[in-house]
Design a protein around this ligand. Structure first.
Ligand code: MLT
Length: 404
């Protein structure tokens, strides 16, 4: 037999696994030191009460033969899909029907699994820096080619992002087939304007390309002129798939629930991508758990919406704490206004991993090195706003005094 040799091409560790390894090593050597987490974008506040109550009731449903739920629909319960269509789309003037929505166990899996719909020869375009799942999952599928000495894959089209273009990539001159876009962006925290998204939709339509639009962080948008969904752009239903998550919005990182929208209008090669995704999910996925979906539905109740808002406001206040400390120290940065990530470059350190290690060892703060998101991230560090407010203020104070 032959294994999938593409796995052999991948660097040994996934970004966040490598960070965990370094942190574990530090902890073994310094068990007495309390570290402050500003690394992986993991929420820290408890779930909203509305979610806890709905899930508690769902647990009791499972204890009674009359209300017990076995296998659910692979696409997710109709009641949750209705709520999503109504609240996340119709309320913003976007017409998405429930049968275009597929509930999943999270955005990360969907981002990676969507590759099943596309041929191995398609050209994939990603921003650099980028959420590593888009790249690694395509390398596993055989769309990467070879890794060069700069850390780039030969068959992937990198859309370079830098301080010069505000970390929003220019439309490429060459043709891409599959384009991963994430706005508000992970890792840089920047957003794309309506005009910038329109340019991507126009490009995708004229190249018969498909945009995979990751809007896991849309709930953090504060600027009302910024689209929350790619479908707010005319023509997007003919060229884009949108992936969303309850993880960051409602604190579901440990629960696992997200959804993907594949519009019926999206056809390629004479086939409906919606029908293909339906076929894929029915075959390889048995639906998200009943209890978790009941929790997700509660996010749309009045009290759920209020509590979710309070939690997001808490995190965005952390973002403000970080931003004002960096500003006061004269350190320029991106993000933090419409996203829970802050992306900055240290004045005196050009190597992200070296700075990560110094911040860990000397400031006792866990961060994420920008180079882990791609070569254009070199020199940068990503901070998350998902921590506790007091610890966030302390961490950023230590960071600033170390790097200034
Ligand atoms: C991150 O820190 O980039 C994210 O939390 C990772 C994820 O959502 O999988």
């Amino acid at each position: 037999m032959k294994i999938n040799e593409n796995f052999q091409k991948l660097p040994a560790g996934y970004l966040f696994s490598e960070i965990s390894r370094r942190v574990a090593e530090f902890r073994t050597n310094h068990p007495e030191v309390k570290l402050i987490h500003m690394g992986i974008g993991d929420v820290t506040l408890p779930l909203p009460n509305a979610v806890i109550e709905a899930m508690s009731k769902a647990v009791l449903d499972m204890a009674d033969a009359q209300t017990f739920h076995g296998y659910g629909p692979e696409q997710g319960y109709a009641s949750l899909r209705d709520l999503i269509a109504e609240n996340d789309y119709k309320a913003r003037g976007v017409d998405i029907t429930p049968d275009e929505i597929f509930i999943s166990d999270g955005a990360k899996s969907d981002c990676a699994n969507l590759g099943d719909l596309f041929d191995v020869d398609n050209i994939v375009a990603v921003c650099d820096p980028v959420y590593p799942v888009y790249v690694d999952s395509n390398v596993m599928a055989g769309r990467g080619g070879e890794l060069d000495e700069t850390g780039k894959w030969s068959n992937i089209l990198y859309l370079n992002c830098s301080a010069d273009n505000g970390f929003v990539p220019a439309i490429p001159e060459s043709k891409a087939d599959l384009i991963y876009l994430c706005f508000p962006n992970n890792p840089t925290g920047v957003v794309a304007s309506r005009d910038q998204l329109k340019a991507w939709v126009d490009y995708a339509l004229s190249n018969q390309a498909v945009i995979l639009f990751d809007s896991a962080y849309e709930a953090f948008i504060t600027d009302e002129s910024i689209p929350h969904s790619i479908y707010e752009i005319e023509g997007a239903k003919e060229c884009a798939i949108e992936i969303r998550s309850f993880s960051k919005t409602a604190g579901f990182t440990g629960m696992r629930c997200g959804y993907t929208v594949v519009p019926k209008a999206l056809k390629r090669g004479g086939a409906s991508l919606r029908d293909m995704w339906n076929r894929r999910q029915s075959t390889k996925f048995n639906g998200a758990s009943y209890i978790i979906q009941c929790g997700a539905a509660a996010v749309y109740s009045d009290s759920g919406k209020r509590e979710v808002r309070e939690n997001i406001d808490y995190y965005m206040n952390n973002a403000k704490i970080i931003a004002s400390a960096l500003k006061a120290a004269g350190i320029s940065f991106f993000g933090g206004e419409n996203a829970p990530y802050i992306w900055f470059k240290a004045p005196n350190e050009a190597d992200s991993w070296a700075l990560f290690d110094r911040l860990l060892n000397e400031a006792n703060v866990i961060t994420t090195p920008g180079a882990g998101f791609g070569p254009c991230g070199e020199g940068y560090i990503r901070l998350t706003a998902f921590g506790n407010a007091t610890e966030t203020a302390e961490a950023v104070k230590r960071i600033v005094s170390l790097i200034q």
